[in-house]
Design a protein. Structure first.
Length: 232
């Protein structure tokens, strides 16, 4: 293919991906109520029977619905976007690279989704912890936009940090580090993981930090084992 043909293909795949985000974003806009109830569940878990949101601005409801449509469109369309990115880069890969690309793309998506799920189920405990810090004299009524921003940030950070083993295995295959080096440095890695979990957990509660640090520790040793197998 010529450069112009590559650019035309990139443009076509970008338009298809953008259209899928818009269409599925509209679907998320229409499914606003059930999606909001799903996102509200951690709050209701922390405050059973008292989990209503407080709106102080007439535009808060519209802003919230647009945010849910935007994030929902990105989430629901992500398989389509990944597929078109994959189809665009595949012709430029060698046979050996193509053999590794499919497992890496699949693993990246799986680990990111796992991070989002862990964050979802940890968020209710994070709210409980934050409320306990303030004391029993405070009555909690959360602004839905601020709640959603914190929730999405936590899910995104967990999803990205759960890509840790994929990055380690890639570094091992590229021979930048070896499994032996990683195994030798496990003590320093545990300290770095603990510090990173404390710094990057948006809620700052101990349970969420553990929910991030413990899987990352397991992923570290898993990446060492996978790296050994692939380098044989």
């Amino acid at each position: 293919m010529t450069l112009a043909e590559h650019l035309a293909e990139a443009r076509q795949r970008f338009l298809i991906s953008s259209a899928s985000i818009i269409v599925l974003g509209i679907a998320a806009f229409m499914l606003y109520s059930p999606i909001l109830r799903i996102l509200q569940q951690p709050y209701c878990h922390a405050e059973p029977g008292h989990c209503q949101f407080l709106v102080t601005n007439p535009l808060d409801g519209l802003t919230l619905r647009i945010k849910i449509a935007f994030f929902g469109g990105l989430l629901f369309a992500s398989p389509i976007v990944f597929w078109h990115v994959w189809r665009f880069i595949t012709p430029g890969l060698k046979a050996a690279e193509r053999r590794y690309a499919v497992p890496f793309v699949s693993a990246s998506f799986t680990f990111f989704a796992a991070g989002v799920v862990v964050a979802y189920f940890s968020f209710g405990h994070a709210i409980k912890f934050l409320q306990s810090i303030g004391g029993n004299t405070l009555v909690s009524y959360y602004n839905p936009n601020q709640y959603l921003s914190l929730f999405v940030m936590m899910m995104f950070i967990f999803g990205v940090t759960f890509e840790f083993p994929v990055v380690l295995v890639a570094l091992e295959l590229a021979r930048i580090v070896t499994p032996r080096q990683l195994l030798h440095s496990w003590r320093y890695a545990l300290i770095a993981i603990t510090i990173a979990a404390a710094v990057f957990t948006p809620s700052g509660d101990p349970l969420s930090m553990l929910a991030l640090a413990v899987p990352l520790t397991a992923f570290y040793f898993l990446a060492i084992g996978v790296g050994k197998m692939l380098r044989r």
